[in-house]
Design a protein around this ligand. Structure first.
Ligand code: ADP
Length: 485
């Protein structure tokens, strides 16, 4: 990998603490491998809980200085970081693909589209306006200011190893917080490469740190160290629930971006070709490993056959392979556990009467590859309709009318993304408002961008990333009662 990079210095295996590149105090490391073939890429420093404790002390000192800077200075540093990410996007994409497996074009798309969160929040830093409110009593004014919450801890997943970081670092740093990040064990190299660029951009030492290591001890340190004001997490609902419980002793602020089980609905008045294109993007991007992936595809009775046929034609064009090979549109799944879950959902559906239309098996490529799979005759009771599959499985569930499909779509403890295709304007409003989800894609399968509030309802999480709302989780409101004036 190193020799393939234009700038080999972006590939690092040490942790980044208080502006220094460090090993674990006990010298411990963990292996990072290529999910394509299991080849070793690097042995990365595995920090202990004690190491992270010390890093938090440094992050606290750095935060105080950072918060004193003018918004304009913070804007400048974040913009410089953004510019460096764009300038190095090819290398960052190659590092990402090598440790994560997704096709290179998708990796570059992730890097560039999520760097936009840094650019966006660099601009928002200057707009953290307060309020002056008329006083409740004579001689009084109510003044409201926004202040950074303090030192923030981030825990990010492996499915978007680069993008999930800039989404969190952007608002945190813009608000005047410092951020200490534990990346996923499968994909720490993208995080460390971003740290190299943060240093070059002039983000001061300790304002952004990366502390790879075992999830649980570091998670416990984040939850129980009183110097951490807030935890921002993207990952499974299981871990989110655990963090919330552990963080409750100290009443920590939490943003949680958790699992989803997105319904993707195709009504009889939809443009079917557009719906198929949307389903392909929403279902098969990143081999089905995104939290906003269509998990359940509901198609109205009268168009189910036509939709399925068109979808199968598109699925047949998917090309499995190494992410760096030209033409690859689907890489391997992240690990054996992911393949096993796909298998479990496919087998459960088949046992309960679903019909296999494409795929249904591990790929001949071996390893972590599974064929893109389409099934019809799926019902609400099957595992694939109840749990997040996080793999390239498109289950088609037929429905009769709007009321039925809304009830089925909402019959989930999750509420992250949802999608539907329709033309009738009244229906578009009715269904958008009725879906229990933080986000609704109408006639589109791609909804995330830096200008929109990304997040979920129900057990899909708390808080929003992106947009003017995305910075709110990183500031506290302070009310100053001005009297005697
Ligand atoms: P997935 O099952 O998709 O890997 P996880 O929620 O397990 O999702 O992982 C998301 C992130 O949470 C990763 O960085 C992982 O290391 C971290 N994580 C997992 N378990 C814990 C834990 N007990 N405490 C803190 N972080 C954790």
């Amino acid at each position: 990998l190193k020799t393939a990079l234009k700038d080999p210095s972006l590939l690092v295996s040490k942790a980044f603490v208080a502006g220094k590149w460090v090993d674990a105090s006990d010298g411990k490391t963990f292996a990072v491998t290529d999910p394509f073939d299991g080849a070793l890429i690097a042995n990365v420093a595995s920090l202990s809980r004690e190491d992270v404790h010390k890093a938090i002390d440094q992050a606290e000192i750095a935060q105080k200085e950072w918060a004193k800077r003018t918004a304009k200075e913070r804007t400048k540093a974040l913009k410089a970081w953004f510019d460096l990410i764009i300038a190095n996007a090819d290398d960052l994409a190659l590092i990402l693909t090598t440790e994560q497996g997704k096709p290179l074009a998708e990796a570059k798309g992730e890097v560039v589209s999520n760097a936009a969160y840094l650019e966006w929040f660099a601009e928002e830093a200057k707009r953290l306006d307060g309020d002056i409110i008329p006083g409740a009593n004579p001689g009084q004014r109510i003044m409201v200011i926004k202040q950074p919450v303090g030192v923030c801890a981030a825990i990010t997943p492996w499915n978007f190893p680069n993008g999930m970081i800039t989404r969190k670092a952007g608002p945190a740093l813009a608000a005047g917080c410092s951020l200490i990040l534990k990346p996923a064990a499968q994909t720490p190299l993208s995080a460390l490469a971003l740290a190299v660029l943060s240093e070059r951009a002039g983000i001061p030492a300790g304002v952004f740190s990366v502390v790879p290591g075992d999830a649980e001890p570091i998670g416990l340190e984040f939850c129980h160290n009183p110097k951490i004001a807030k935890i921002t997490f993207t990952g499974s609902t299981r871990v989110g629930r655990w963090l919330m419980r552990e963080a409750s002793d100290n009443i920590k602020r939490l943003s949680l971006e958790l699992g989803g089980n997105a319904p993707f609905i195709v009504f009889d008045d939809a443009d079917l070709d557009a719906a198929v294109d949307g389903a392909m993007i929403s279902k098969f991007r990143n081999a089905g490993q995104t939290c906003v992936c269509a998990n359940r595809i509901y198609v109205q009775d009268s168009v189910v056959e036509a939709f399925t046929e068109k979808l199968l034609a598109k699925v047949a064009t998917l090309q499995l392979g190494r992410g760096t090979d030209t033409g690859t549109t689907q890489g391997p799944l992240i690990d054996e556990r992911a393949v096993a879950k796909m298998e479990e959902h496919v087998n459960d559906a088949l046992q309960h009467g679903a019909k296999l239309m494409a795929g249904g098996q591990r790929s001949a490529l071996g390893g972590n590859f599974y064929q893109p799979t389409v099934m019809t005759g799926v019902t609400q009771a099957m595992k694939v309709a109840r749990e997040e599959t996080f793999a390239p499985l498109a289950p088609i569930i037929a429905f009769k009318d709007e009321a039925e499909v809304i009830a089925m779509a909402n019959d989930s403890e999750f509420g992250l993304a949802s999608y539907f295709y329709a033309k009738d304007m009244a229906r578009i409003f009715r269904v958008s408002e009725a879906l229990e989800a933080g986000m609704v894609g109408v006639n589109t399968g791609m909804i995330a961008n830096e200008m929109a509030p990304f997040g979920g309802v129900k057990q899909s999480g708390l808080g929003r990333e992106g947009s003017k709302y995305g910075i709110e989780g990183f500031v506290e409101l302070k009310y100053i009662c001005l009297s005697g004036i």
